[in-house]
Structures are given as structure tokens and as C-alpha cells.
Design a protein around this ligand. Sequence first.
Ligand code: CMC
Length: 443
Amino acid sequence: MAKETLSITDNRTGKNYEVPIEEGGVIRAMALRQIKTGADDFGLMTYDPAFTNTASCRSRVTYIDGDKGILRYRGYPIEVLAEKSNYLETAYLIVKGELPDREHYQRWEHNIKIHTMVHENIKKFMEGYRYDAHPMGMLVGTVGALSTFYPDAKNIHDLESRRLQTRRLIGKIPTLAAFAYRHTRGLPYVYPDNDLSYTGNLLSMLFRMTELKYKPNPVLERALDVLFILHADHEQNCSANAMRAVGSSQPDPYAAAAAAVAALYGPLHGGANEAAIRGLMEIGSVKNIPAFIKAVKNKERRLMGFGHRVYKNYDPRAKILKAMAEQVFEVTGRNPLIDIAVELERIALQDDYFISHKLYPNVDFYSGIIYQAMGFQMEMFPVLFAIPRTSGWMAQWAEMVRDPEQAIARPRQVYIGEQIRAYTPIEGRPKPTMREDAVSEAI
Ligand code: CMC
């Protein structure tokens, strides 16, 4: 039988090394450290900016096969969960590893719902933001602020504390999100209604006006639930990595989750659905698609909502959303941007540039169109991504905390700066020249 090892010859020294191959295709970066030219040599390391070929952890939460377009949470295909599950049940699965039976589901739902209220001081905190503050910026701040309300959350090695913070954050994040939205609209905050479902309550906190009881439209409530299932986790994406990296210095999980929300804010991650809609609005009409595609191919533009670091095939979440859009439109009326999106996808998928770069629609290509039809402002799109992703962040964080192999995340660097230089007093220095790595042109 073939040996599960890798043989390496260092041509600088002629020495041979044998490195174990683990898990069917992984070598430990530390196995390279032994490869040295002499006693003073630090040893080999890998250089992998953006972690394109580096596993930072061993995880049991989410499986993706990017070439085949497969996504599974804890072994369950995303298509099955989107059809049969609801967000709270999926969150239980992600956080706890198994689907709950009825009794556990009811207890879980109760345990989340008793945490939907936020401290009244959060409202004052919200009021400190400018009237036109971006709700995602507000969410970064208010999730981080929870750290100051729950000092017990620092007991990260205590299982009960981790469970409590997980229930608290999954319970409170819709309230924080809805308060941020109401703030931007100048509307009074709506308190949670725990008679409603998780997504029904969110819709109530967002949209309730003078009615005594908000009745969510069941089609839209379910659509939001499916969107939440699809967004609940996505293995080591930028925000999960932020959650783990910040969490690795062992602050409470609210501080780490604030970093995760911040990571999600960017247009290359959770901000992509907002950017995708802006792109479609700019195209404006099917007739303008060829010119836009040309600009993308000339690298003047990027087609937001397309491409993925891991998927080199159709993102299975985008497939589900494309089909779901029509159901939503039956209630809300058709969002005309869908016609541009469908045609853009059709043209792009036949184009050599997109084929050769393996660029397919990702989850953000269709989610924004649905959110917009449901009446959400574009600024709320990344916020609607952050709410369900909270369960994924908490699961990733707990896995990291419990993993004995994890330590403070602290990458190495390849130093390419000056070696030692002599300090010259200010009077004797030459006029500084602009350096290519300068962060500002102030000099
Ligand atoms: N439009 C046009 N060209 C693209 C796109 C795109 N959306 N995405 C990648 N490319 C090209 C890129 O120009 C490069 O071409 P070349 O090799 O000729 O220089 C090649 O494809 C590889 O791109 P990359 O940026 O090196 O790939 P990456 O793995 O670093 O980036 C990505 C992945 C998602 C950031 C990128 O595809 C992108 O910017 N997409 C648009 C933003 C977006 O939709 N993000 C949401 C991702 S899904 C939800 C989430 O996880 O947050």
C-alpha cells in the first residue's frame, strides 16, 4: 500500500525529508520548519496571503465542495434544510451538531426568545448615532457593546457560559438590527413580540406601525426564514475567520462577534448583495448588459454577486434563491431587476471570460433582489446577512475555544523592509522621497 507521506529533497543541502500526509491531503506547515540549511536557519515556512491554500482549523460544522457546488451543514444538504427546516432548527443543528427532537426544539425556541429584549441603555446608545448612520456600522457597535453588559461572558472556558452567550446573541441580534433600521427611519423602536416566529418577530420589529399586533405575511416570513437558513454558516469565510482570529486572544464572544460583523460589512463579503443591486440598477436595462460585460472583461468593473473563493460551480444557495424569487414576487410584485439579473447570468455563463475564470452567481446575486422586493433598503441587506450568520459564528467560535490545537492566531510574515539603519538627527536628513509602500502622500 502507498505510504501516506510526502518526500521532499532540499536541493540547497541535498537532504531528504519525509512529511506525513494527514486527512487524505493535508501536510502540517510546521513539518517544514525542520528543513534548514544550517543551525542558524529559521527553517522553511509557507507564504499564503489570503489563506488560499491553507486550512486554519479542523471543523465539523459546514462542508463545501466548491467544484461540485455542494453545501452541507453538519452533513445535511442545504437544499433539504431549505425545503424542510426552519432557521431556528437549523441554528440548533449548527450550534449543537444534531437536529433537535420536538422537546429540545421547544426548549431551544423558548431559550432564544427569552433573550430577545435588549437592555434599555442600548436604545440610548443607538440614539448616539447620526440619523443617516449605516445600520451595519451601528450593528458593529451595538454587538460590541453587549460585551459591556455581560461581563460573565468572559468565562469562555465554561460550557454553560458559552451556551448562554450563544442563546443571548442569537436572541438579541434581530432586535439590534431592527433598532438600527428604525433609527435610520426616525421611527420609534418596536419591542420584540415573542408570540411570533423568529423571522415574524423580526418583520414586526422592522415594519410594525400603529397596529396593535403585527401579522407577518406567511409567504414573506417563510422566504426570510429560507434566506436565513442559506446564510447561517459557510465554513471559513472572512467573517468566520475574523470571529476565530479575534476570539483566539480570548475576549468575550461579543467582542469577537463585533469583529465578525465588521468583516461581513465589506463589499467582497456580506456587502456584496448591496453592491450587486447597485450594479444591476446601474445597468438599468437588458440592452446595456453587453457593454457592462465588456467593462467587466476589461477589468474596469467587477460583477458583484458573481465568483467565489471556494465555489467554482453554481453556488447552490443562488439556485434556491433564483427559484424562490418568483414566489416572493407573487406577494410583493415583480422586482424588474430580476429580468436584468437573469439575462446577465445567461450571457455571462456563455462567455469565455466567465467560463475560464469559473465565475458563477453566488448567494448575493439574487438575495438583494428578493430583499428589495420585500421592501428592505439596500443598507439593510448586509444586516440581514449578519442575523442568521450569528449561529455560524458562535458555532465556529465554540469549536475554536474547545480545540486543544488552537492557540492565539498569529501569522508569520516575510519581512521585505530595510535592514538595520543608522538614525540621523532631523537637521541632517535628506528630503524624503515618496515610497511605494507609503500610506499617505503627506510627505
Ligand atoms: N467579476 C469579474 N471578475 C472576477 C470576479 C467578478 N465578480 N470575481 C473574480 N473575478 C476574476 C478576477 O478578476 C481574477 O481574474 P484574473 O485571474 O484574470 O486576474 C479571477 O477572477 C480571480 O479572482 P480573485 O479576486 O483573485 O478571486 P478571490 O477568490 O480572491 O475572490 C471573491 C473571491 C468572492 C472576492 C470575488 O469573486 C469577488 O470579488 N466577487 C464579487 C463580490 C461578491 O460577490 N462577493 C460575495 C461572495 S459570496 C458571499 C460571501 O461569502 O460573502
